[in-house]
Design a protein around this ligand. Sequence first.
Ligand code: IPE
Ligand code: IPE
Ligand code: MG
Ligand code: MG
Ligand code: MG
Length: 299
Amino acid sequence: MPAAMNAPSSTPSLSERDLRLIAEVDAALTRFLDGAGLPPNLAAAAQHAVLAGGKRMRPLLVLSAADAVGGSVEAAMPAAIAIELIHAFSLVHDDLPALDNDAMRRGRPTVHVAYGEAMAILAGDVLLSLAMASAAASPQEPLRIVRELAAATTAMINGQVLDTLGGFAADEGPERRLHRVHANKTGALLVCSCRMGGLAGGADERTLAALTRWGEIMGLMFQIVDDLLDETQSAEHIGKAVGKDREAGKLTFPGVLGIEASRNEVRRLHGEARAILAPLGSRAAALDGLADVMATRTR
Ligand code: IPE
Ligand code: IPE
Ligand code: MG
Ligand code: MG
Ligand code: MG
């Protein structure tokens, strides 16, 4: 049970169960990369990108969504591994000089700094293809899971294009643009985590729709928090450069709404998310706990 349930004034933290699941995810990621048949230099870059660090929120969402619908960890693990590989791919390319040009990630040098740009591009590429292979190994609904993962990856890339290069409609105002960037670049993978967990656990369409709506709200909230951390935290604490969004003129929630209004929006979305899970009752306790952690995280 999250400590926060006993002491509401303290910051919510991951439950014992979440921590055990993270250890299982890490072990499965290690095994999967070891068995991928990569040449040693590519394997080293891929391991650098995936292992050691990372909050593993997306795999936790997959496993907790599966749990909420009565599914097993075993059936959901291939999808959990897959989403983390896509996420790692997105970060390796996001950090490249042509995109955000970042030198630190998870408190360590970014992949292109450690292994060179060519290797970072290729390591990102291989994480994408390995992710699809892992998703296809799901024992339940593999085709649907792969389709969902491919569509969400496309949406993430669309979002990265909007974020980096623009491409908005002329009549699209700043708030609408902001929502579209966030829903795509970050929201899509969070929604996909929830849906893949639901599919792996055998959810009915009604429950899948609730998980989808919850994931959309979490996705938006997650990126607003990321924007806030970029403005309010130190690089030492979050393990990546800060103040970059403003410097690069990115569309962010604090940039458009201000810091206080962005914090209020996080609280509002968190409340909305809670209400969506209420009909699922105690089965959704783990997802609820993750929402608390994602709303209040400081890194
Ligand atoms: C960072 O994601 C990029 C965003 C989409 C906001 P995370 O905050 O989940 O990064 P890690 O995996 O914990 O490093
Ligand atoms: C992350 O957005 C989106 C993706 C990686 C798809 P950011 O560029 O804000 O992520 P960080 O802050 O570098 O982790
Ligand atoms: Mg970026
Ligand atoms: Mg970035
Ligand atoms: Mg950011």
